[in-house]
Design a protein around this ligand. Structure first.
Ligand code: NAP
Length: 650
């Protein structure tokens, strides 16, 4: 069978190829040429990228160099076509390592190579796919319930299906996608490049934008769900209200409320929670909020029946969601008042709203391994570099401004980006330049649309605090009334209330939310003592603020969970749960590590990363490569594994 990443054969004319090559990433194209010729020597000459920056995919190459490569490529690609687009011979591992380093203009450390090889799957295999070991009969005795059918729940379903394990997914919404189902607000789009923000084993050559909008993302998950035939396993419109472990039965009882408000019970040997961290809207109780006379709604519950055209809109909150909403609605509303408590740092990304040209889509579909190398090209700049930049240097003098010299350089780049857009408007500069170190909160992607919106005559950025809400206005603490017909809360989510409001009861009647309080924790973000056969995806300590993608993390987690379940099935075990000491050790180490990073800085006063004590429990402080390596296999020394007494019927 042809390697799925070797591209579909084609018969395009020379002219068509030439046109397509005008669009493509030239450094990525060079690596396709190595695959096509089997000869890496073209990388060793003068043609090479000059530098790397996230989402800059041309390596700062000169126009002359790019033209030279296109010319070279045309001949090689035409030759490949004329000889029938035969699958290229696999390259030696050391050549691939050389190609990695060449593409990103730095030596890719050896410790990363295995992870990257797996992520790219150049050999056409899916190394994270679980083996199906025991007989179907044995596996059928181990039903699993997955809670949630967003990107992680769908992934869990795909992997369980591949392993031949019976499973049911319970999803509160009426469709797949989680966040990408719920967030239909104007302008909703992903801010991790889509050619990386997709499952490693389900790349798409059809993205129409580099950072796709919500409908396209939701459609992607829909397509993947159907391709893997997961839909028959999903109960949509079923919101899980509780899950409780029975020691006598060695099973979980999961209760879900269906669309008619009727509770339905499911029995399982294991539960996987895949509910995300950002889906329970936070609507602050601002005095008078209930008196507002016009329509009001949260960004994640957008009311599309409300026509904003010609109306005065007040938007409270401007983090990641508000940042996308304001520029999208500003041209149609009569007036927009944006109430922003804390200014946001933003990362310059000129491609943020760019469409994927036909040449790039042709290359993704037809040029051997183009898509794989492109994935690597946008993955690498967000692979642990951000963690280094987030590290606090305690000796750095002005911690309110920057936490290290590297962080100061970042501050300069971000500030220059802002100032390049607003010229000498010092009043606006005072409002939009944050007063805390860069990357201290989630950094937003920006192509200039935010500041363009703010400088429109019908848009006002309000940085004064809100005092109260009246039927037709938001009143700020300076007594100014900001009149509004419609109120949008872009105020984020209850990110720190992990798994809330599901009531999860483990061994001895312990309720997880009570045990956690404001300090949720799980070994590797996945398992909790006293909660046997209970696995979290995107659990505590796994949100990423330093790069990577949550899909990458989910794939690591699901491999680990799959191995745990395989261990239970193969060993005929009843349950596994982490030891208290492994759990505590993990939590203490994670906390110690988090305290060394910019997100914990006291100068970051408001951040959904922090709980009410100013502590962080939702983020991962770890390098992707470490998390990847720690989640290869469960270390059984970290677990208490029980086996049923002979004759027990499970
Ligand atoms: P968010 O980033 O937490 O922003 C919430 C906004 O509401 C902030 O401006 C916050 O101010 C403000 N706010 C909250 N409570 C307030 C109060 N009591 N009074 C005044 N202002 C208040 O929430 P979000 O924009 O929904 O984004 C949440 C997360 O979702 C993001 O960080 C990201 O992980 C994800 N997301 C991703 C994308 C994407 O991929 N493009 C898009 C949207 C969301 P403070 O800053 O002062 O707290």
């Amino acid at each position: 069978m042809r390697n799925p990443h070797a591209g579909e054969p084609f018969v395009a004319s020379d002219e068509d190829i030439e046109t397509a090559l005008l669009d493509v990433s030239i450094p990525t194209l060079m690596l396709c040429l190595v695959h096509l010729t089997g000869d890496p020597s073209i990388l060793r000459g003068h043609l090479k990228p000059a530098g790397l920056f996230l989402n800059e995919v041309q390596g700062y190459m000169s126009e002359e160099d790019k033209a030279e490569i296109r010319q070279l490529a045309l001949g090689i690609i035409a030759g490949y076509r004329d000889s029938g687009c035969l699958e290229p011979t696999p390259l030696a591992p050391e050549v691939i390592h050389e190609m990695m380093s060449w593409l990103v203009c730095e030596e890719v450390p050896t410790e990363y190579v295995a992870m990257l090889m797996e992520e790219m799957g150049l050999d056409g295999t899916d190394a994270r796919r679980p083996p199906s070991t025991e007989s179907a009969g044995v596996r059928s005795e181990f039903p699993v319930v997955v809670i949630g059918c967003g990107e992680s729940g769908l992934l869990a379903g795909i992997r369980l299906k591949e392993a031949g394990i019976p499973f049911t997914i319970l999803e509160k919404n009426d469709g797949v996608g989680g966040t990408w189902w719920e967030n239909t607000y104007p302008g909703a789009r992903v801010d991790v490049g889509n050619h990386f923000y997709c499952y490693s084993f389900e790349p798409s050559d059809a993205w129409t934008e580099y950072f796709a909008q919500q409908p396209e993302l939701q459609a992607y998950f829909e397509r993947v769900m159907d391709k893997h035939d997961v839909r028959p396993h999903v109960h949509f419109g079923h919101e899980v209200v509780s899950a409780s472990w029975s020691d006598t039965e060695g099973r979980w009882l999961v209760v879900a409320r269906d669309r008619n408000g009727i509770n339905v019970e499911f029995s399982a040997r294991a539960v996987i929670t895949a509910v995300g961290q950002l889906n329970r809207p936070n609507i602050p109780e601002i005095p008078g909020h209930e008196t507002f006379a016009g329509p009001s709604f949260h960004s994640a519950q957008w009311d599309h029946d409300v026509d904003l055209e010609g109306r005065r809109v007040a938007m409270i909150g401007a983090g990641a969601s508000g940042f996308q909403i304001a520029p999208t609605i500003a041209p149609t509303v009569a007036h927009l008042s944006v109430f922003q408590r804390t200014a946001q740092w933003m990362f310059p990304n000129p491609n943020y709203h760019e469409t994927v040209g036909p040449g790039v889509r042709w290359a993704l579909r037809h040029l051997p391994f183009y898509g794989r190398w492109y994935r690597f090209l946008i993955l690498w700049p967000g692979c642990d570099v951000g963690l280094h930049a987030a590290r606090v240097d305690p000796a750095y003098p002005d911690q309110e401004r920057a936490v290290s010299e590297t962080n100061e350089v970042t501050r300069q780049i971000f500030t220059d980006w802002i100032m390049s857009q607003i010229g000498d408007d010092n009043d606006l500069a005072a409002k939009v330049i944050p007063d805390y170190p860069p990357t201290g909160k989630r950094t937003l992607q920006d192509n200039g649309s935010w500041l363009t919106a703010l400088t429109r005559p019908n848009v006002e950025l309000v940085r004064t605090g809100i005092d109260h809400i009246e039927p037709d206005a938001i009143v700020t603490t300076d007594g100014v009334r900001h009149e509004a017909d419609v109120l949008v809360y872009a105020t984020g989510f209850h990110a720190n209330r992990v798994l809330w409001p599901i009531e999860i009861t483990g061994r001895d009647g312990v309720v997880l939310s009570k045990m956690w309080g404001e300090r949720p924790a799980a070994l590797l973000g996945m398992t909790v003592p006293g909660f046997p056969n209970f696995f979290c995806m995107y659990g505590p300590g796994t949100n990423l603020a330093h790069g990577g993608s949550l899909i990458f993390h989910s794939e690591c987690q699901m491999r680990y969970i799959g191995r745990c379940i395989a261990h239970l099935i193969e060993g005929g075990h009843e349950s596994m749960e982490p030891t208290l000491s492994a759990y505590q050790d993990w939590h203490e180490r994670s906390q110690a590590e988090l305290k060394t990073l910019v997100w914990s800085q006291p100068s970051v006063k408001h951040s959904f990363f922090k709980n009410s004590h100013g502590e962080i429990h939702v983020l991962s402080p770890w390098r992707l490569v470490d998390y990847w390596s720690w989640t290869q296999e469960p270390d059984l020394n970290d677990f208490i594994v029980t086996t049923p007494t002979p004759g027990a019927n499970r």
